[in-house]
Design a protein around this ligand. Structure first.
Ligand code: ADP
Ligand code: ASP
Ligand code: MG
Length: 436
């Protein structure tokens, strides 16, 4: 059974939604994961922020605005009056819920309920549309099987256990529709897999049902060899290994949610990145093997903070790194890059929630320097130990740019450098023109 995920732009207009059936074959048993209509989650974030700030009038205006968009949307989506009425009911229900939150105490729990409405709306409207045109389908509630644990990590075994009986209830149905992004956390509350999380949903469902293939349908013809929003002349990559794709997703290639490769990788489920606007384009295949071709792609991750801990007392002392890492572990803050010298260690983080506490604890070891507004630029390819010259080519391409950190050898498919975010664009362009 395949899993097909369609992103925000792929369901971004009634016209696009209708065109999904050019891609989905309703005769094949499959699970279709939908994102929210593009722009909706951003609007929901604003509504939540207004509520959190106690600005109920603003929240109400934002809700009305978004509701108007959906009223237009269903006018074009449905042709028959009874289905238009059904669509109106769907909208009234979800927007009523958003408005009613004004009467409640508002916490992050309610905020997450707000964020979930985008995917609930898109999937329900699509389900009603399929009814209108006579294509049988089943709407699977993601909140009944998508689950995260105390650490916010998805629990694939739980998903497998809970999705199987749902599918078994409908032995004769082919087309199952479900929501991307949303889940329940360990308290049973509505939660989500973070922005862009529908890719992650697709990969997790793929892993849970041991799918034969996961397809991520988006607005571009696969993973490109650099960020197409920044660099001109980027090209799609036909084949990536799971490791290479994971590295690119983690280090900022927006086409894939940072964690989305891991579940598919664990069960060796091939992932295809495909273009809804150009369904016949080959896209990118992500699988266990890879073409042995040197440098594949470049990605960049912003909002990085570099922390340098300098401690001459630690000279030759063993256990220093362990004590440094334990500080980050206590605050559940992942480290992305590390470089060390005899008396200092630099690390980067992107989650700065506990930066104050972390700095205070690190100060015990020595002096601590913090650099904000940094960007990790990551070059991915086949840099196994027998190959040579790649690091030199990368560094040659950025010799005019100040580098804060360089990391090579951590894996055989990644060279990362840390630059000021102000230098990112030039770094990406210069690497692109010299490496490809
Ligand atoms: P969706 O809404 O379908 O999930 P996203 O906007 O999340 O789509 O991801 C697709 C976008 O990712 C593309 O339109 C492109 O601008 C951006 N992108 C950034 N880096 C890359 C890359 N290396 N290859 C392809 N697309 C990329
Ligand atoms: N709708 C969510 C977002 O905009 C999830 C997704 O699109 O993947 O982040
Ligand atoms: Mg996305």
């Amino acid at each position: 059974m395949k899993v097909l995920k369609f992103g925000g732009t792929s369901v971004g207009s009634p016209e696009r939604m209708k065109k999904l059936l050019d891609i989905i074959n309703p005769a094949e048993r499959q699970i279709v994961v939908l994102s929210a209509v593009s722009g909706t989650t951003n609007n929901l974030v604003e509504i939540g922020q207004a509520y959190l700030a106690g600005e109920k009038v603003k929240a109400s205006a934002l809700i009305a605005n978004l509701k108007t968009k959906y009223e237009k949307f269903i006018q074009e989506l449905f042709a028959k009056p009874e289905y238009l009425d059904a669509g109106k009911e769907v909208i009234d229900y979800h927007f009523g819920l958003l408005s009613n939150l004004a009467n409640e105490e508002f916490t992050t729990i309610e905020d997450k309920i707000i964020l979930a409405q985008g995917e609930l709306l898109s999937t329900t409207l699509y389900y009603v549309y399929l009814q209108e045109i006579g294509v049988p389908s089943v709407l699977l509630p993601a909140l009944d099987f998508m689950k995260t644990d105390e650490d916010g990590e998805p629990v694939i075994d739980y998903m497998a256990e809970h999705i199987a009986p749902l599918l078994d209830q409908y032995p004769d149905n082919k087309l199952f529709i479900t929501q991307g992004y949303i889940c329940r956390n360990s308290f049973g509350e509505i939660d989500n897999l973070r922005r862009g999380g529908s890719d992650y949903t697709a990969s997790l469902i793929g892993a849970a049902i041991r799918s034969e293939e996961v397809q991520i349908w988006t607005d571009i013809d696969g993973m490109h060899n650099n960020d197409p929003r920044i660099v001109k002349g980027t090209k799609p990559i036909s084949h990536l290994s799971f490791d290479e794709a994971a590295e690119l997703a983690y280090f900022g290639a927006k086409i894939l949610h940072p964690q989305s490769v891991f579940p598919a990788q664990k069960y060796k489920i091939p992932v295809r990145l495909l273009n809804t606007m150009e369904p016949s384009a080959p896209g990118t295949l992500i699988s266990a093997s890879s073409d042995r071709s040197e440098i594949k792609s470049i990605a960049a991750k912003d909002n990085i903070t570099a922390i340098k801990i300098h401690s001459s007392r630690m000279l030759l002392a063993y256990g220093f790194l362990r004590r440094v890492f334990e500080v980050f572990e206590r605050y559940k803050t992942p480290i992305d890059m590390i470089t060390t010298s005899e008396v200092a260690v630099s690390v980067t983080i992107d989650d700065t929630t506990f930066l104050g506490d972390i700095t205070r604890e690190l100060n015990v070891f020595g002096s601590v320097e913090i650099d904000v507004n940094q960007t990790i630029v990551c070059v991915v390819g086949d840099f196994s130990s027998e190959t040579h010259g790649y690091a030199a080519r990368v560094l040659e391409a950025v010799k005019h740019i100040p580098l804060r950190m360089i990391s090579y050898g951590g894996s055989s498919y990644n060279i990362s450098i840390l630059v000021k975010t102000a230098d990112k664009v030039e770094t990406l362009r210069s690497l692109h023109s010299r490496l490809f």
